[in-house]
Each structure stands twice: as structure tokens, then as C-alpha cells.
Design a protein around this ligand. Structure first.
Ligand code: NZQ
Ligand code: ZN
Length: 393
């Protein structure tokens, strides 16, 4: 086990009616709010009216910015930071899914950053140059990314067709309100893509070279099973409060402070790197991209780094209940079980079915490895990324 620091500083209000805590929490951190949301969903579910009423009743001033896209755009970030500067706003309230919360975090940085945020921070990761950010709070309406409780933001630059993340402790939301009822209206596509995303966060932390971090891995196995059990329940009944609540908490837990990496060597999330290229080029839903790439990435690793086959076998046995004594066979069976789960929750069969053109695979591979090899168990260069994409196609 490596040394680690563990700090989950976001205050969580979980459950029905927790929005009543919104004004008190905002007042702890700011006086004039950027009220940020996506397209129409928060209006449809009455959350917009509920939040506005609370702000007005408590004399909290705000400026609205609507229209954050899924795969949030750099142009929206720039618009948000302009509004903050021009109106002297000192707090950002994000109401929505991961895209809106990510956009809020990106605005929070952009307001004070003096250099070129895209090049310095997203492309070249000069995180130490971030000195000051605006505080952010969130009301989550879609369970998936864990952004409600973590230090990350992922932004798409529509001009350059690039999508990159940045992580900085200053960006952890001050508070997040998690009421599972707000997620009842998320359609099947985004609900199931969200479950795929949560599972991927868990797998990317589990399937790594460090196999002696038992607390992280045993807890992780438990949360993975929660996702496998509850995703089909939501597909069957979107209003299943218990299933929605379990998935919502799983989303936060899966990527809060990278807690399932505790003791592991920090590094890339290669499946996410491969997936982000599909979102950049095709604006594809994040969780879908991960389901498309994961099984091929696993098979590639088993072939190139067979020393990790026992870990894949442990994943198969402990998460999917595979009963097979031979490690290699167990590991392969685990990947088949994962594919069956993806099928059950309606993920596309392969990249071809998802609309990816074969002649774009080479470009995707070179973009995914633009800044060098990616990988955890084994490094993946451009040709190997291409091999994975071809297998997934
Ligand atoms: O725009 P609105 O009207 O809000 O509609 C959204 C959007 O169309 C809709 N939606 C949200 N809540 C709803 C709802 N529809 C009905 N009822 C509700 N209650 O769902 C659609 C998708 O929303 P979005 O926020 O894009 O989804 P998600 O939460 O999956 O976020 C995806 C983004 O997060 C990034 C992804 O790359 C992607 O850009 N990620 C962020 C991470 C992080 N910050 O730690 C980690 C992840 O790995 C991921 O990369
Ligand atoms: Zn993700």
C-alpha cells in the first residue's frame, strides 16, 4: 500500500426534501449567485421553481445562465466567467447532472485565471497555477459522474474537437444536495449510461497493478455489485426510489476523493481516455463510450500483461460470482458477464452499431495518445490504442 491523503470535504444532504438547506448553505459561502443549469429538465420537474423560490424568500441575489450542454462546452464556461466578473458574483450554484456541475467548476477557475485556461490547465495540466476559484455548490439531478463530490471537471473544446479533464482540490463542491426523486425523470438512455459510468469509475480503480489494497478493493467490489443489482431495477421502474437512491449514492461514492484508489499508485484512467475521444468526435454520451471500449481494453490487457490475469479472475469471481477455478477461464468469463450486463441495460453492441466510422479509428487512436502512452497495467501506445478500438468496433 502506498501512502495517501484522504479528504472528502463536500457536505452532502441526502434524501427527500433536503433542498430546504439550500439558502443556509449558500449564505455560508457567498452573497450573489450564478444560477447555472442545463436545458429544460429542471423546469420540467419543478426544481427550477423550487430553487428560485428559496433564493427569493431568502433575499439571495442571482444571475441565471441556462443551456449547459451534455459534454459541456468551453464557450459556455467563458460565458459563465464573463457573467461572474461583470456582476461581481461570488458563488456558483449548479443544478443538473455532471455536465452542469463540471461547467460550474470550470467557470469557478476561469473567473480568476490569468493565463489561457484551455492550454495551461486542460491540455498541459499546470494545476499548481490555479490560485483562487469561486466556491461551487450543487443540486444533483442525474447519478453518474461523481462530480457532486469530487475535484474534477471535464470540458469539451468545440473548436478543436478536444475533451479533457482537470482535477484540483479547490474545485470540490462546498455542498451537494442529493434527492433521488429528482432523478426519476432521467430517461432510460441517460440513466443506464450513468450506471455504466459509475461502474467504469469503479473498474478503473479496481483493475490496476496494485492488488494489495484490500480495503479499497473489497469496498469497491460491494459498490460494483450495487450497480449491477440496481441498474436493471431502474430500467424496469424509473420511479423505484430505493434503486434510484442506491445508484445516486453509488455515483458519489465511486469517484469521491478517489477513495477506491487509496493506497494505489495514482495515474491515468485509460478507458476514460479512449472514451473521451468518442465523445469529442461524435458528441457521444460519456457512459456509452465506456461500455463500448471496456471489454476490449480488458482483453487487450490480459493478452499483453498476463501477470494480471489473477486480478481479472478475482474481479470475475467476487463481482459476478463466476465459479471457475482456472484463472484465465474465470477472467474471460468475467468479461462475458460484463458484456451481458451492458446488453441487459441497453448499451450498443459495438462501436460500429454506435455509429463510429471505421476510417476514423486511426484518428481516434492518435488523439487518445496525443500526450504519450496511456495505461495502468501496461502502457498503450497509438498502435495498441488502435488495436483496442478495432476490437471494440
Ligand atoms: O440539460 P438538461 O435539460 O439538464 O438535460 C440533461 C442532459 O440532456 C438530462 N438530465 C439531467 N437531469 C435530468 C435530466 N433529464 C431528465 N430529468 C433529470 N432529472 O440528462 C442529459 C445528460 O446530462 P449530463 O449532465 O450531460 O450527464 P452526466 O451526469 O452523465 O454528465 C456527463 C459529463 O460528465 C463528464 C463526462 O465526460 C460528461 O461530459 N464526467 C465528469 C466527471 C467528473 N467531474 O468527475 C467524471 C466522469 O468520468 C465524466 O468524464
Ligand atoms: Zn466517467
Amino acid at each position: 500500500m502506498n501512502n495517501f491523503i484522504y479528504d472528502l470535504s463536500t457536505k452532502i444532504y441526502f434524501g427527500k426534501g433536503q433542498i430546504e438547506n439550500l439558502p443556509t448553505e449558500i449564505k455560508k459561502h457567498g452573497t450573489k449567485v450564478l444560477f447555472l443549469y442545463g436545458k429544460n429538465s429542471i423546469k420540467k420537474i419543478g426544481l427550477y421553481d423550487e430553487a428560485i423560490k428559496l433564493l427569493n424568500e431568502n433575499n439571495i441575489e442571482f444571475v441565471e445562465l441556462a443551456g449547459v450542454d451534455p459534454n459541456p462546452r468551453l464557450s459556455t464556461v467563458k460565458e459563465g466567467s464573463r457573467l461572474c466578473r461583470e456582476n461581481n458574483l461570488d458563488f456558483i450554484l449548479a443544478i443538473g447532472g455532471g455536465s452542469t456541475i463540471d461547467c460550474a467548476k470550470a467557470i469557478a477557475v476561469d473567473v480568476f485565471y490569468e493565463g489561457d485556461t484551455w492550454d495551461d490547465l486542460y491540455k498541459f495540466g499546470k494545476i499548481d497555477t490555479i490560485k483562487k476559484v469561486l466556491p461551487v455548490g450543487s443540486i444533483l439531478t442525474l447519478a453518474a459522474t461523481g462530480s457532486e463530490m469530487n475535484r474534477n471537471t471535464v470540458i469539451s473544446n468545440e473548436e478543436t474537437e478536444e475533451k479533457y479533464g482537470l482535477g484540483c482540490d479547490l474545485l470540490k463542491p462546498k455542498f451537494s444536495i442529493l434527492d433521488p426523486e429528482y432523478t426519476f425523470t432521467v430517461n432510460e438512455h441517460h440513466s443506464m449510461a450513468g450506471c455504466s459510468d459509475i461502474l467504469s469509475h469503479l473498474m478503473e480503480q479496481y483493475l490496476r497493478p496494485d492488488i494489495n489494497c484490500d480495503v479499497s478493493d473489497r469496498m469497491n467490489e460491494g459498490v460494483m455489485k450495487v450497480v449491477l443489482d440496481n441498474a436493471p431495477k431502474i430500467k424496469k421502474n424509473p420511479n423505484d426510489y430505493i434503486a434510484r437512491a442506491n445508484i445516486m449514492w453509488a455515483s458519489s461514492m465511486a469517484l469521491a476523493g478517489f477513495q477506491f484508489m487509496s493506497g494505489k499508485k495514482f495515474g491515468a484512467f485509460p478507458v476514460h481516455s479512449l472514451g473521451h475521444e468518442l465523445s469529442s468526435l461524435y458528441d457521444m454520451t460519456h457512459g456509452i463510450t465506456l461500455a463500448l471500449v471496456t471489454p476490449s481494453w480488458m482483453r487487450f490487457n490480459m493478452k499483453k500483461a498476463p501477470q494480471y490475469i489473477p486480478m481479472f479472475a478475482r474481479f470475475a469471481r467476487n463481482v459476478f460470482g463466476v465459479l471457475e477455478s482456472d484463472d484465465e477461464k474465470a477472467a474471460s468469463k468475467g468479461i462475458e458477464e460484463l458484456e451481458a450486463f451492458y446488453k441487459k441495460i441497453g448499451m450498443p453492441k459495438n462501436m460500429k452499431d454506435a455509429g463510429v466510422e471505421e476510417d476514423k479509428l486511426e484518428y481516434l487512436a492518435s488523439q487518445a495518445t496525443e500526450f504519450g502512452d496511456i495505461g495502468t497495467m501496461t502502457s498503450i501506445n497509438k498502435d495498441e490504442a488502435l488495436e483496442i478500438y478495432k476490437m471494440a468496433w
